[in-house]
Design a protein around this ligand. Structure first.
Ligand SMILES: NC(=O)c1ccc[n+]([C@@H]2O[C@H](COP(=O)([O-])OP(=O)(O)OC[C@H]3O[C@@H](n4cnc5c(N)ncnc54)[C@H](OP(=O)(O)O)[C@@H]3O)[C@@H](O)[C@H]2O)c1
Length: 328
């Protein structure tokens, strides 16, 4: 039977999420890949155990994580029930709706109909009474923002979620969404943008809006799905995301030009005494506006490697300049 490590809160850093009462671990775990029915239960169960033992209190899901869709929530629910029923109050669990989930006009995008039904389904799959954060997974240009934000506020008011979040919203829409949610009495807790050394759109205004409006930021795909590690330097390993038919990383993206940047970054990381994965995480955490870095992992070893990023999150100007030169 699983017994959490008694010292689990001693090494992790916790950062306040915007201007809320919630603190999140500097490193959180996402279940987009590696936790579906195509994956190995014993392996992902151990990843969840390792995460919790290391002070990772935040687990991020979405309705359609798997594959097949829904199975990451189902599997996580099973692990929660078996091993974590006594620890629910020590965990922040999030889910989302906004992308394709079921056929027909009510299983995608941002309507109140879709978000409300999807959250009910997520709670059933995870066997939970509530999630801590419910997100609108992406903006929907065809649904009034008031309707989508109203669905999040409704989820909070009826106790199915404790906080509202948004993901993939550009800076201007984020500002409007934050205002609407505030007027509805349900402040936006958090924004989840794609953010890494290879994906920096959030630096063009979003981070400033989050800072100004007191919303936290959790950076997803911080390792660019594994490209910001040393794993692709010697070719595409057979068990990597780029090699899997259901992986979301097309092997065409690992071009000679990208490999050259990865090689350069890897050398900077080595000089810092870190793995490239650790440096990529540390590089995000250097910005105090980033509340948490949301990593994925296909093994306990990867998660252990990633958590060690916290041992060195400081950067000298020379290192930062060197990184910028490589990324240019
Ligand atoms: N809101 C959204 O729209 C959205 C979209 C995408 C993701 N997310 C969230 O963000 C989370 C993380 O996304 P992600 O999985 O793309 O994150 P990531 O951390 O950029 O990539 C994770 C992958 O990198 C590889 N990896 C991780 N640590 C490694 C290490 N130390 N050494 C070598 N390889 C390592 C593994 O790939 P292999 O499988 O190749 O081993 C792992 O599956 C998701 O689970 C989800 O919760 C949100």
């Amino acid at each position: 039977m699983y017994q959490p490590a008694p010292e689990r809160y001693s090494e992790m850093e916790y950062r306040r999420c915007g201007k809320s009462g919630i603190k999140l671990p500097a490193i959180s775990l996402g279940l987009w890949h590696n936790f579906g029915d195509v994956d190995v239960y014993e392996n992902f169960k151990r990843i969840i155990w390792k995460a919790f033992d290391s002070g990772i209190t935040h687990f991020d899901l979405a309705n359609n994580y798997g594959p097949p869709y829904g199975t990451a929530e189902k599997n996580f629910g099973l692990i929660l029930q078996t091993d974590f029923s006594a620890y629910r109050d020590e965990m922040i669990i999030s889910t989302k709706a906004g992308y394709d989930m079921w056929p027909g006009p009510y299983g995608d995008h941002g309507s109140r109909k879709y978000l409300t039904a999807s959250l009910d389904q997520s709670l059933k799959r995870m066997k939970l009474e509530y999630v801590d954060i419910f997100y609108s997974h992406r903006p929907d240009p065809e649904t009034p923002l008031e309707e989508t934000m109203g669905a999040l506020a409704h989820a909070v008011r009826c106790g199915k979620a404790l906080y509202a979040g948004i993901s993939n919203y550009p800076a201007d829409l984020t500002e409007r969404a934050a205002q609407i949610l505030k007027e509805m009495g349900t402040p936006c807790l958090i924004h989840q943008p794609k953010y890494s050394m290879f994906e920096r759109w959030s630096e063009g205004g979003l981070l400033d809006v989050l800072d100004k409006t007191g919303i936290g930021c959790i950076a997803f795909s911080p390792l660019a799905q594994g490209m910001l590690t040393n794993k692709y330097l010697g070719g595409i390993p057979a068990d990597s995301r780029a090699a899997k038919p259901h992986g979301a990383l097309s092997p065409d993206r690992i071009t000679p030009k990208i490999l050259q940047k990865i090689e350069g970054l890897n050398q900077v990381a080595e000089r810092r005494g870190q793995s490239l994965a650790q440096m990529a995480i540390a590089w995000l955490l250097k910005d105090p506006r980033v509340t948490s870095v949301l990593v994925g992992a296909s093994s306990v070893k990867q998660l252990e490697d990633n958590i060690l990023a916290l041992k060195n999150t400081g950067f000298g100007n020379d290192e930062l300049n060197c990184v910028e030169q490589i990324l240019k």
